[in-house]
Design a protein around this ligand. Sequence first.
Ligand code: NI
Length: 159
Amino acid sequence: MALRNIRVEDDPILRKTSRKVEKFDQRLEMLIDDMFDTMYDAGGVGLAAVQVGVLKQVIVIDTGEEGERLVLINPEIIAEEGEQLTPEGCLSIPGKVGTVKRPQKVTIRALDREGNVYEKTGEDLLAKAFCHEIDHLSGVLYIDKTISAPEEVTEENEE
Ligand code: NI
């Protein structure tokens, strides 16, 4: 198990754009494994590579539901519908939550860790995770989109 440092707050790398992955090599495998370890250790649902200081379009997600442990490489959103207004947090902005409007249902197209194309539709938490993590790849943070200023985490609003 290898944990990587999560970049936080105003670390400028969080605002940078991630590049597409072109090589599916051992380095990428290691990055993905470390990202899962780091995400689980921090108690998160999703993590983008930029959050561990790597500007590559790599995302790991695990909502805890069956079939929702995912690796998204070079992902794009290809369909979305509906709307949800729910609290959101980010491992790079510790101790805060804010309400964000997201689609209720989102379909992405991405490559898996072997480089195979797949599509996946997620609703509710998974839809939110898709949007939140894909935003990270272009340097966008959820705090850019909250409907009011993010608040300190309390026992009531902790996810
Ligand atoms: Ni985040």
